[in-house]
Design a protein around this ligand. Structure first.
Ligand code: PLP
Length: 618
């Protein structure tokens, strides 16, 4: 916890994982207690929990880091951050960011027409920027240009030469001088999951050749004085600070040259990429970063300052489009465990007279599960088990014997797991035993709530929220409730590296067991899909009251079954009517009586109005 939590959560003496208030030293708020309190109010897991002070803190950290970098380097320009709406479009998030961001003149970045409409519905500081990236049609350009008349500082970032022709035509029709930016395709590449967003093969932006052509067109059309911003973006989650500096250096070269060609640039937009350390390993790899936000800002500011001083150009306003950093830490996804499939068994099966000798051979392995023979024992156990399975497939043994052999294998596995814990040199065995860990069945859909875990092997800190003062005696892979074998989490960040199993406690009857997935505020919600028709979970935004409690700021109930049916074009009322007819036919045929009819109709109606997930009664 201490390596990844960034001071936001901690283990309380009670054994609960607790939320710390980043703004003061008030008592931490127990997460299981938050979950119990929400359940009592009828809001049950799975829940996406937004912690408002964490959002505020990220925004504050970003601005404080730029402030101190400016002071360190004696930078004369300003910083104007914008939030890329695509990273989290939820109104609750965007509205909070614009509200808290007003003091920093924090703006918005849009990459599509719907996102533009969101931005135009917000009340930002009059000094905040509205950056328009992405592919833009004439309608987009029209609205973006007109918005300038309303006082928005809208900058249309040209992604291609073709876009210039569109903006030129519409601006001429409207008789407005558009404020323009240009997205440059840098040749420097970065490492990480979003490598393809960088370098000259990236899809977006203008190459050096196109930039020169654009300046010629700007001259010809008399719009050169409209080009005020230069944009570059390396891709999200840049792991290595060296890449940030190299790319910023190249961006500065373009800025200096464009200025030399007559563009009155005053904004240097360095895009997104500021990463989040999901594993806490502080390493330049796909799920971690080798820098802090302060280092990131200092590197950018220093690079820009030196390059501009060398060229004798005024320090520009630095813009970044940091999305992941601003929102990732602010949301926690919590689900309950519904049950477990345990991969061991403490009961030894009986051996009957006349049983195939392989069963006795298998059980005899118990005699040497220790020391130097541990590996040999595991190899033998697997061999005998597989041979017995082969006998069953060929019809040479019956189901009862197969069942006792499977039980014998599970019995041996419990012995292996105990032995591996005691042995010092059990590295290889540990790895093999990872293939026999338990399945803990979680009340969630991986595809709906953690799509990046499924799609790009994103690691998040994941852990039980309770009993943390008790040794976790079991190891598990977490499975979801979709009927899809991909619907499982089997990569976990532990203190000694990434593991294929999560240490968990034995489940207790009638006691909730919650798992928290941290840092899920960026990209997950809208990327999530309806696989198996599991809809949005409940979403609750809380603030911390400073006395160890919390307040609910906002609540959005999860999708009902009727809602998800309508998302795939069913009319829930039609479904109900058809079902009613089917039931009525069964009544007429004497297969169903009147009381059963009533129960059936009630069950269908209740389900339509209910959650897509398991209810509190499991
Ligand atoms: N700006 C642009 C143009 C992007 O494409 C992205 C995402 O890749 C971002 C900003 C946000 O990046 P990040 O979430 O890494 O801050």
């Amino acid at each position: 916890v201490s390596s990844w939590s960034d001071g936001l959560v901690d283990v309380a003496d009670s054994g609960d994982l607790a939320l710390r208030n980043p703004h003061d030293d008030s008592p931490p708020v127990s997460l299981p207690e938050v979950m119990n309190a929400l359940t009592q109010r009828g809001i049950s897991a799975p829940i996406l929990l937004r912690v408002q002070p964490y959002l505020d803190r990220a925004l504050d950290r970003l601005h404080t880091a730029f402030d101190s970098a400016f002071r360190e380097v004696n930078y004369k320009g300003k910083y104007r951050g914008v939030f890329p709406i695509k990273v989290n479009q939820q109104s609750d998030v965007v509205e909070r960011l614009t509200e808290v961001g007003r003091q920093y003149h924090f703006g918005l970045e849009v990459g599509s027409k719907p996102e533009l409409l969101i931005a135009l519905s917000q009340t930002m500081s009059p000094d905040a920027l509205l950056i328009c990236n992405g592919a833009k049609d004439a309608g987009f350009m029209h609205l973006a240009i007109l918005s300038q008349k309303l006082g928005f500082n809208t900058i249309i970032v040209l992604e291609s030469l073709h876009e210039f022709e569109t903006v030129y035509r519409i601006a001429t029709e409207l008789d407005v001088r558009p404020t323009l930016g240009v997205r440059i395709k840098l040749t420097e590449t970065v490492t990480g999951k979003w490598q393809a967003s960088s370098g000259d093969r990236s899809v977006f932006g203008l190459s050096a050749l196109d930039v020169v052509k654009l300046t010629a067109r700007l001259e010809e059309t008399g719009l050169m004085d409209c080009l005020v911003l230069q944009h570059t973006h390396l891709g999200s989650q840049v792991p290595n600070i060296m890449d940030v500096r190299r790319a910023a250096t190249e961006a500065c070269r373009f800025y200096v040259e464009l200025t030399r060609l007559g563009a009155p640039l005053s904004y240097m937009d360095l895009g997104g990429g500021l990463g989040v350390d999901y594993t806490g390993e502080r390493r330049p790899d796909e799920n971690s970063v080798n820098y802090t936000v302060n280092e990131y800002c200092t590197n950018l500011v220093e690079t820009v300052a030196y390059a501009m001083d060398d060229a004798g150009i005024e320090h520009p306003t630095i813009v970044t489009e940091s999305g992941r950093f601003v929102v990732a830490q602010s949301a926690i996804f919590v689900f309950n465990i519904l049950g477990a499939t345990l991969y061991d068994n403490s009961e030894k099966p009986e051996v009957h007279e006349g049983d195939h000798h392989l069963l006795s051979d298998l059980l005899a392995v118990e005699g040497y599960i220790a020391g130097a023979r541990l590996q040999e024992a595991l190899n033998d156990a697997i061999y005998y088990r597989d041979e017995i399975r082969a006998l069953f497939r060929r019809g040479q043994i019956d189901l009862q014997l197969l069942a006792r052999a499977e039980q014998a294998f599970l019995y041996l596995l419990s012995r292996f797991k105990t032995a591996a814990k005691l042995e010092d040199s059990a590295g290889q065995i540990d790895e093999q035993l990872t293939g026999f860990v338990d399945y803990y069945h979680g009340n969630f859909s991986l595809f709906q709530s953690l799509p990046d875990v499924w799609a790009i092997d994103q690691l998040h800190p994941i852990m039980p929220l309770q009993r943390l003062n008790e040794e976790p005696t079991r190891s598990a892979v977490l499975t979801d409730i979709t009927c899809d074998s991909d619907g499982k989490i089997d990569q976990f960040v532990l203190a000694d590296g990434v593991s294929g199993a999560l240490p968990v406690h034995e489940l207790r009857k009638d006691e909730d067991y919650y798992i928290g997935v941290f840092f899920v505020g960026a990209y997950q919600e809208t990327l999530g899909d309806l696989h198996n028709l599991f809809g949005d979970p409940n979403v609750v935004t809380i603030s911390l009251d400073g006395e160890g409690g919390f307040d609910i700021e906002h609540e959005v109930e999860g999708d009902t079954i009727a809602q998800v049916l309508s998302f795939v074009e069913y009319d829930p009322q039609d479904c109900l009517a058809t079902f009613r007819k089917t039931v009525e036919k069964a009544v007429k045929a004497g297969k169903v009586n009147a009381a059963e009819r009533r129960t059936m109709m009630a069950a269908y109606k209740d389900s339509l109005a209910g959650s897509t997930y398991f209810g509190t009664d499991g």
